[in-house]
Design a protein around this ligand. Structure first.
Ligand SMILES: Cc1ncc(COP(=O)(O)O)c(C=O)c1O
Length: 393
């Protein structure tokens, strides 16, 4: 069966990671994969997670199956973390998923099942899986302008103009915060505008929230999503616990639908059936850690403090890089690094410039010019600034 087939192209980021590992140059800098790293270059297990795991191991008496939707306390904890009281609980359906990727997948597959003619609007650029998954599911994909390549900020007018072409039932994929890969986020006024467009066109927003707490704070990062939830009749929400709980490989996430009270049971039934048909039961370990952390005052406080420290370190890195580039170039043209939010920034480089950074300076960013700012350290920032100034200056 496979004799005549060629393998799909391997993931480019993981390919570059292999190249980085094989690079013998001392002082090489890895700003590639989307992992938080502390100043020692380590992606730590958070203390709150370690403590939650200890408690789980001690107390757990069975590994018997849970329901298809997953742990109800985890889902309600995540619902509160994401939406607070923006929407009454009675209007929200939810399932635990296999990380944030599968939350996106369950929702998009549900869209394909229920409204196969819907178009899915994806920002240009976006996390590549948004386009890949939409295409894989055979849904029609449209792209909307997002980044102003002159300023490396949001192309607000382009985005809104494009989204005004959405049709009723179309799905608009939005990054809840810390846009991947650009780092450029919407203001609350922009979220208002998106809500107005959804109301006018009948398009349904699908918020992908993979970095809550990595931008300005847990509440601040969810403000746009909450605003949208209050205004539109239906909201899809896919959330990941990979980054803000550091649970990457445990695969914890939720898919939520905020709809009318009357429609909630149907939405819940369809979401649950989606889990059943794709993997029956979602993984439990990471979800249970999150459940414990969100519902225990001490663990929650500990987690909050650790998350704040991670966020502060990325913000410090951003400012330090912008300052170093100002000193290096004598201009403010790299000020966008400090204005962006979250773990990523697009550095505004062509593929040839990305290759030059790698080959001439040992600085590894993704091929589209995405830099993981969590990979910056006090020690490597001067080198990165010199490399960027030399290649882009
Ligand atoms: C924008 C975006 N959405 C979703 C995810 C999914 O994360 P995970 O499936 O690891 O929870 C990521 C991870 O990199 C992401 O960047």
């Amino acid at each position: 069966m496979f004799e005549t087939l060629t393998a799909p192209a391997p993931d480019k980021i993981f390919q570059l990671t292999g190249q980085f590992a094989a690079d013998p140059r001392p002082g090489k800098v890895d700003l590639l994969v989307g992992l938080y790293r502390n100043a020692d270059g380590v992606t730590p297990v958070m203390g709150a997670v370690k403590e939650a795991e200890r408690r789980i191991l001690e107390a757990q008496t069975t590994k018997a199956y849970l329901g298809f939707a997953g742990d109800a306390a985890f889902i309600s904890g995540m619902r509160d973390l994401l939406l607070a009281d923006a929407v009454p609980e009675a209007r929200i359906a939810g399932i635990a998923t296999v990380g944030g990727t599968s939350a996106m997948r369950q929702i998009l597959e549900l869209v394909r099942t229920l409204t196969p003619d819907a178009q899915v609007w994806v920002s240009d650029p976006s996390w590549p899986i948004h386009a890949g998954m939409t295409d894989h599911l055979g849904l029609a994909r449209r792209s909307y302008r997002y980044l102003d390549r002159n300023t490396n900020g949001l192309d607000r007018d382009g985005m809104m103009d494009d989204l005004r072409n959405a049709r009723a039932g179309d799905v608009i994929v939005l990054h809840g915060c810390c846009h991947n890969p650009t780092g450029a986020d919407l203001t609350l006024a922009d979220w208002e505008e998106v809500a107005a467009i959804c109301l006018k066109t009948g398009a349904i927003p699908l918020v992908d929230m993979a970095y809550q707490g990595f931008g300005a704070g847990l509440v601040e990062d969810a403000a746009g999503t909450r605003l949208l939830a209050q205004k539109v009749p239906t909201l899809f929400l896919a959330a990941s616990c990979s980054k803000n709980f550091g649970l990457y490989r445990e695969r914890a996430g939720v898919a939520l639908i905020a709809t009318s009270e009357g429609a909630r049971a149907a939405a819940q039934g369809h979401l649950t059936a989606m889990n059943r048909n794709n993997f029956s039961f979602p993984p439990d370990h990471g979800a249970r850690c999150v459940d414990l952390i969100l519902h225990d005052a001490d663990l929650r406080q500990m987690w909050d403090a650790e998350l704040t420290a991670m966020r502060d370190s990325m913000t410090r890195n951003r400012r330090a890089l912008a300052d170093a580039l100002r000193a290096e170039t004598g201009s403010d043209r790299f000020g966008f690094f400090a204005a962006h939010q979250g773990m990523f920034s697009l550095i505004g480089a062509s593929p040839a410039q990305v290759a030059a950074l790698r080959e001439d300076h040992g600085i590894y960013v993704v091929g589209d010019g995405r830099m993981n700012v969590a990979g910056l350290t006090v020690d490597n920032i001067p080198k990165v600034a010199r490399g960027l100034a030399a290649v882009l200056g």
